[in-house]
Design a protein. Structure first.
Length: 154
């Protein structure tokens, strides 16, 4: 995927929360288990987020879309809220790349062994295969961000 193809996906991420409550060709709820062949082929359209769960939970995730783009590219988009003082996510590494877009609060993003501070308006990227985690840097304020993952089927 080149920069032009990637940048064409960005409006989906930013527009999703403001769009109407119905969706066409949406994979609703948490990502399904199984093989990549089970993922829906994505089409142009609206992909609304799922319901907002109890805000007292330490890590809340709002799923927008999970499916396959043309040329066998897997796309997943979700929003997350981490409560103040919540532990960071477990260290992960994947075949896909992950992009975080900060909405509110201050997060600590670790990629490839280096910790960085992300604030509203910042974007962090983890290239496929690098170890990473994200956590709330504050013990008093929640942090919220959008996540876009793009890469091969897993």
């Amino acid at each position: 995927m080149n920069r032009r193809e990637f940048s064409a996906l960005l409006p989906l991420l930013f527009a999703a929360p403001a769009l109407a409550p119905t969706a066409e060709a949406q994979t609703a709820g948490p990502p399904p288990a199984g093989t990549p062949a089970q993922l829906a082929k994505l089409t142009s359209g609206l992909y609304a987020g799922d319901a907002i769960p109890d805000p007292k939970v330490q890590h809340v995730t709002h799923h927008y879309v999970l499916g396959m783009l043309p040329d066998n590219i897997r796309l997943e988009a979700h929003g997350s809220i981490l409560a103040p003082g919540a532990p960071h996510e477990k260290i992960g590494h994947h075949k896909h790349s992950e992009i975080w877009f900060m909405r509110e609060g201050t997060a600590t993003l670790m990629t490839a062994g280096t910790e960085r501070t992300l604030k509203p308006g910042d974007m962090g990227i983890c290239i496929a295969g690098d170890d990473h985690w994200i956590g709330n840097a504050s013990t008093t304020e929640p942090v919220s961000y959008f996540v876009l993952t793009v890469g091969p089927p897993e």
